[in-house]
Design a protein around this ligand. Structure first.
Ligand SMILES: Cc1cc2nc3c(=O)[nH]c(=O)nc-3n(C[C@H](O)[C@H](O)[C@H](O)COP(=O)(O)OP(=O)(O)OC[C@H]3O[C@@H](n4cnc5c(N)ncnc54)[C@H](O)[C@@H]3O)c2cc1C
Length: 370
């Protein structure tokens, strides 16, 4: 039976980032992943490292997202140096384009709320009116009434990121087991045995980072992760000359193609492409940037986001089986640096800090009225 210091279930962005962080701190890690039969959000995302608009009403979430964004440059450099794979991180700031006065006012309200809630830590943002937006993005059309901007926003290549994290774990002596769907978990405090892919893995620490799979796995170790799928579509255009800086819905890749996205639909576990969201995404893109009317779409895909009931991450340690942790979120690119550089250390310490208490799975245990 291979003995490890930590078993991480789920080789997507959340599990791989935590596994890499554990391995960097000297832990012998086994990263178990079901494989292509599973829903894998990490292979279908937009690649934003996005901070603005995160955490209105939940200042802890804004701080956690910003911390991750602050850590990202060093995290990316260390990954590149260790593995030779560059996650192509950039942090040049980002804008969220508003297409009506109502959207613009709503945006202003959200940004102001976050600013007030951050108190002394501050949250610097700008609201750009139409003429200022035009100055920064000359391609913006007349319907783009304005935008919000923060310098905290950026992007990375999510597939290179995933590859680098897997390579990093292997370089640091860890094991990556693809095709290893977890069949059973035998749990005792500080002693976990996991049957997966015909092998039994043993370790004193266990991290559940199986995306949508966490919902079924968490109760096996006394945790709760009531996540559900929320479908998102992404549309890719042909390559064009550099045209726009980073926005929340439109991202130009270094090679020139534009990613258009940010749709959210309740579609159960159906991850098939459907025409309605594609139409909505492209129609919005043309309203914001009219030149896109003449740009061809070359491909599109849909993938399932990992969403908790309140949209916030879930981080917790089992009270029944200390040593078992859960990590779920819908921003696995944004939070990759915090997962590797902070959450992994908390797992090794055996204690989650007060700053993460807001994200405990027990927040969903609200008694129903009789
Ligand atoms: C369309 C779309 C756009 C997105 N855009 C962004 C973005 O711009 N920025 C951002 O930060 N985030 C974005 N995300 C979210 C990001 O992709 C997810 O937060 C992240 O991938 C979730 O990672 P995860 O590791 O929790 O889940 P997943 O990537 O789904 O990985 C879970 C893994 O667990 C494995 N697994 C499941 N069950 C088991 C089991 N029983 N045994 C063993 N293994 C198991 C699966 O094989 C899978 O590989 C987007 C997501 C979507 C769908």
């Amino acid at each position: 039976m291979p003995a490890h210091d930590a078993i991480v279930i789920g080789g997507g962005l959340v599990g791989a980032a935590i596994g890499y962080g554990l391995a960097r701190r000297g832990a012998k890690v086994a990263l178990l992943d079901e494989g292509d039969d599973a829903f894998r959000a990490a292979r279908g995302n937009f690649g934003l490292v996005w901070v603005q608009s995160k955490g209105a009403g939940v200042p802890e979430y804004q701080r956690w997202s910003r911390l991750s964004s602050d850590l990202w440059s060093d995290f990316a450099a260390a990954l590149r140096d260790a593995t030779g794979v560059d996650p192509a991180h950039e942090r040049k700031g980002g804008v969220n384009i508003c297409l009506s006065e109502g959207e613009f006012e709503n945006r202003r309200r959200i940004m102001e709320q976050i600013h007030l809630e951050q108190g002394e830590i501050a949250f610097e943002y700008e609201m750009l009116d139409h003429s200022e937006l035009k100055r920064r993005i000359p391609a913006a059309g007349p319907e783009a009434v304005g935008a919000s901007y923060t310098r905290y926003d950026g992007a990375a290549n999510p597939l290179y990121l995933l590859r680098a994290l897997h390579a990093g774990i292997l370089r640091l002596g860890g094991r990556y087991a693809p095709g290893a769907r977890v069949a059973s978990i035998v749990a005792r405090p500080g002693d976990f045995r996991v049957d997966a892919g015909g092998t039994t893995f043993a370790a004193p620490k266990l991290v559940l980072a199986a995306g949508l799979g966490n919902k079924a796995l968490a109760p096996l170790v006394g945790l709760d992760a009531p996540v559900r799928p929320v479908r998102g579509h992404i549309v890719v255009t042909e390559r064009i000359a550099p045209a726009i800086p980073l926005t929340q819905n439109f991202r130009q890749m270094p090679e020139g193609g534009l990613l258009l996205g940010d749709s959210q639909e309740e579609a159960g576990y159906d991850d098939a492409v459907s025409l309605r969201p594609i139409h909505m995404i492209t129609a919005r893109a043309v309203r914001a940037l009219p030149f896109l009317r003449d740009v061809n779409v070359v491909r599109t895909w849909a993938a399932l986001r990992v969403m908790s009931p309140d949209g916030l991450p879930i981080y917790d340690q089992s009270r029944e089986y200390p040593g078992a942790f859960v990590a779920s979120c819908h921003s696995g690119v944004t939070l990759a640096a915090a997962h590797a550089e902070r959450y992994a250390q908390h797992v090794l310490d055996g204690v989650l800090p007060a700053a993460l208490a807001r994200f405990a799975g027990t927040r969903f245990h609200v008694p129903h009225p009789a």
